[in-house]
Every structure is written in structure tokens, then in C-alpha cells.
Design a protein around this ligand. Structure first.
Ligand SMILES: C[S@@+](CC[C@H](N)C(=O)[O-])C[C@H]1O[C@@H](n2cnc3c(N)ncnc32)[C@H](O)[C@@H]1O
Length: 258
């Protein structure tokens, strides 16, 4: 089994291309994250001038969105290639700083430094999430919020095996979905559509995530299981399952005063 960052080094270039065209991201994940960001910052100034930590930034798409809204972003990832891809896509004048950081190690930032943290589509790739979550809580200021997005633990592949045609199964009256039981914390190699290599994926139950987030010192304020809007049904027939089954779980949580 290869190390996680080796896997991400291998897929970095494909990933950076794939995210540009991936309809799940474009039409479901990102709009939901951006709406949550608006909830996090309801004041008229929004995130202008705020210091935001993007934990596991990938190609930096979310970081660039925040930067365009006036936020100052420190975007980190443990893959050199991924950071190179992110820098390549980022305007040199932007307010984004990229650093190579492994989220499973102690973070080299002072406590309470950041106003907001984004951790999008990363936690399910990390073997042990309790310590990383405690570190994220430590570097966030009290009252600051973290937005966490993950592949929906209950509904996303490879754990759901659908034995007949996907659309018939989900939309038909006899829809039956078989859940394959994996031992909790088992690492599987997940093939993300559009990537040639696999990346690690750790199956956990929803309750594990909720408890780990609470135990790290956060209060969960909002949860979203966004669906694909039905108006895209015709445009994106291959995603019709996502109009009924949530592919993502997105949580907004606030750091409590300890
Ligand atoms: C699915 S991508 C998501 C990227 C980005 N957040 C987004 O939403 O587009 C997962 C990213 O997490 C990074 N990652 C995984 N484990 C990590 C760790 N332990 N420390 C830092 N980054 C990590 C990977 O290199 C990859 O760039």
C-alpha cells in the first residue's frame, strides 16, 4: 500500500484538470459550500480582510473563490504537485499563500490565528481525524467557524453497490440499494472518476464524524446534504441519482470557548 501523499502526488495533474469539468463539484458541492460561507459571514463586509485557512487545498479552487471575495487565504496541502497545480492556476497578485503542510502533524501556527477554516473533501482521505480536528480547532479563533465537506459517508461509492441499472434502481419503484459492510477505518483505494490512479479512502459512519467534530471543541451549527437541482435533470442525465441521493455531507461548526 503506497503512502497517501504519494497517491496524491500521482493524481495531482489529473485532479487539477478533472475539477474544472466535474459536474458533481460544479453543480452540487461548490454552490453549497459557497452558500455556507455566506452564512458564516453575514456582516456586510463578508470575508473581506479575514484570514482563512484552507486545509487540504488541492488545486486551490476554493481558496481562489475566497480570495476573489476579499479574504486572505493560507492554503495548505501535503502534495508538492498539488500545490504546483494550485499556484499555476492562481494569479500572482492574489491574496493566497500556499504552503506544504501535512494535516496529520502538529500545525506550525499560533492558537486562534484564523477567522475561518475550510476543509473541503479531505477528512475521508485521512486515516485518523481526531488529532487533525483538534489542531484545526486550536488555530481557529474562538467563535470562528469551520466548514467541512466530505463525500457522504452513507451514500457514496465504493460502499453502495447498485445491482441493476443505476437510474432504474434509484428512480424505479423497486429501488434496492445494497450496502457493502466495510470495517470502520478500513482503507480502500478509491478511484475518483477522471483520475488514473487511486487515492486512499476511509469509511466511517456519520456519527463518527459528528462526534469527532464535537469532541475537538466545535459546536455544529448547520448540516447540508445538497442535491442536484431538478432543473439540471435534462442537462446532466448521468447525474440524475444526485437529484435524490446526497453525494456530499457539508457541516458548519463554530469553535467554542474552552
Ligand atoms: C479531494 S482533494 C480536495 C481538494 C480541495 N480541498 C477541493 O475541495 O477541491 C483532497 C486533497 O487533500 C490533500 N490531503 C490529503 N491528505 C492530506 C494531509 N494529511 N495533509 C494535507 N493535505 C492532505 C490531498 O493532497 C488533496 O489535494
Amino acid at each position: 500500500m503506497q503512502k497517501s501523499n504519494v497517491a496524491w502526488e500521482e493524481v495531482a495533474r489529473d485532479f487539477a484538470r478533472m475539477v474544472e469539468i466535474d459536474a458533481h463539484r460544479k453543480f452540487i458541492l461548490l454552490p453549497a459550500i459557497y452558500r455556507m460561507l455566506e452564512h458564516s459571514y453575514q456582516d456586510p463586509e463578508g470575508i473581506r480582510g479575514k484570514l482563512i485557512f484552507d486545509a487540504g487545498c488541492g488545486d486551490g479552487g476554493v481558496a481562489r473563490y475566497i480570495s476573489e471575495k476579499g479574504g486572505q487565504v493560507l492554503a495548505v496541502d501535503f502534495s508538492d504537485n498539488m500545490i504546483d497545480e494550485a499556484k499555476r492556476k492562481t494569479n500572482a497578485n492574489s491574496q493566497i499563500k500556499y504552503e506544504k503542510i501535512d494535516l496529520t502533524k502538529p500545525l506550525p501556527y499560533s492558537s486562534g490565528l484564523f477567522d475561518l477554516i475550510i476543509c473541503s473533501m479531505v477528512l475521508m482521505d485521512i486515516p485518523y481525524i481526531k488529532r487533525p480536528l483538534r489542531e484545526l480547532a486550536r488555530i481557529l479563533k474562538v467563535g470562528g467557524e469551520i466548514i467541512i465537506a466530505i463525500s457522504h459517508p452513507s451514500y457514496t461509492v465504493p460502499f453502495v453497490k447498485i445491482s441493476r441499472n443505476l437510474q432504474d434502481k434509484i428512480l424505479g419503484k423497486e429501488a434496492k440499494i445494497k450496502f457493502i459492510e466495510y470495517p470502520i477505518f478500513k482503507r480502500v483505494e478509491k478511484k475518483i472518476a477522471g483520475l488514473r490512479a487511486t487515492t486512499p479512502y476511509f469509511q466511517r459512519r456519520v456519527s463518527f464524524y459528528l462526534n469527532a467534530i464535537s469532541q475537538a471543541g466545535f459546536k455544529i451549527c448547520e448540516a447540508k446534504e445538497p442535491l442536484l437541482s431538478k432543473r439540471y435533470k435534462k442537462l446532466l442525465p448521468h447525474l440524475i441519482h444526485a437529484t435524490k441521493i446526497p453525494m456530499f455531507l457539508i457541516l458548519r461548526a463554530q469553535k467554542l470557548d474552552s
